[in-house]
Ligand binder design. Structure first.
Ligand code: SF4
Length: 220
């Protein structure tokens, strides 16, 4: 099971157990693969293409327990890590309680190690409560998929189980995150949306006071 991995240039996921000491010591970004669950079913997500999902090294036949995630971290010298990212092949904040405990462990060893969450921004709906204050002091950056400036298009793309207002929920999540997390970033993917749509996304970010990041296609 791949719990911790890094991403090589070209987008290849590599289990941390398979990387060389030399690469480890050069300083790596470490991704945490805690769940395949997600409240969305994006049209572009590999998870929705079952045969591709199951052949992906990040597909989890079962979720690692909190203890297994902590044990995975304890195998390594955290001084070799330059960032930890809760990401993987699902929505990490589905397991926010467990991941906050992982963040506490990391910060207890290396308070300066940046921790990021890549999220769809619907965790408050998933848990039916406001989880954002719990991210304070644990998460340094939250990176949320904006996907498109259009609420209708967002729902068509993500097929969120929370319905047609899902983009509004996500934007409210981003806005509130600003009160608790130093860096709040909304992302779109280059070439998937037009320059005009990117300009509209920039306006949304300006209104919320958060950063827009245009990710190259295929980047993690
Ligand atoms: S939010 Fe991410 S993990 Fe969830 S369906 Fe969309 S692309 Fe897949």
């Amino acid at each position: 099971m791949t719990i911790l991995y890094t991403v090589h240039p070209g987008g290849q996921y590599v289990n941390l157990e398979n990387i060389s000491d030399e690469e480890m010591q050069s300083g790596i970004k470490v991704y945490v693969n805690a769940t395949n669950r997600c409240p969305c079913s994006c049209t572009f997500c590999l998870r929705t293409k079952k045969h591709m999902a199951e052949s992906n090294t990040l597909w989890l036949k079962r979720e690692p327990t909190l203890e297994e995630i902590l044990a995975a971290f304890k195998k390594y010298d955290l001084n070799n890590f330059k960032e930890v990212i809760f990401c993987g092949f699902g929505e990490p904040l589905v397991r926010s309680d467990d991941l906050m405990q992982v963040a506490d462990y990391i910060k207890s060893i290396r308070p300066d190690l940046p921790i990021r969450v890549n999220t769809v921004g619907l965790a408050n709906q998933v848990h039916n409560r406001d989880i954002i204050p719990e991210l304070k002091g644990r998460i340094d950056t939250v990176s949320i998929s904006l996907n498109t400036p259009s609420k209708e298009e967002y729902y068509k793309l993500t097929r969120s189980k929370f319905g047609p207002d899902s983009q509004d929920y996500m934007l409210a999540f981003a806005k509130e995150c600003k009160d608790y997390i130093p860096h709040v970033v909304l992302t779109v993917v280059d070439h998937v949306i037009s320059d005009e749509e990117i300009a509209q996304c920039q306006k949304i970010c300006d209104r919320l006071g958060v950063t827009l990041r245009v990710r190259p296609y295929e980047e993690n």
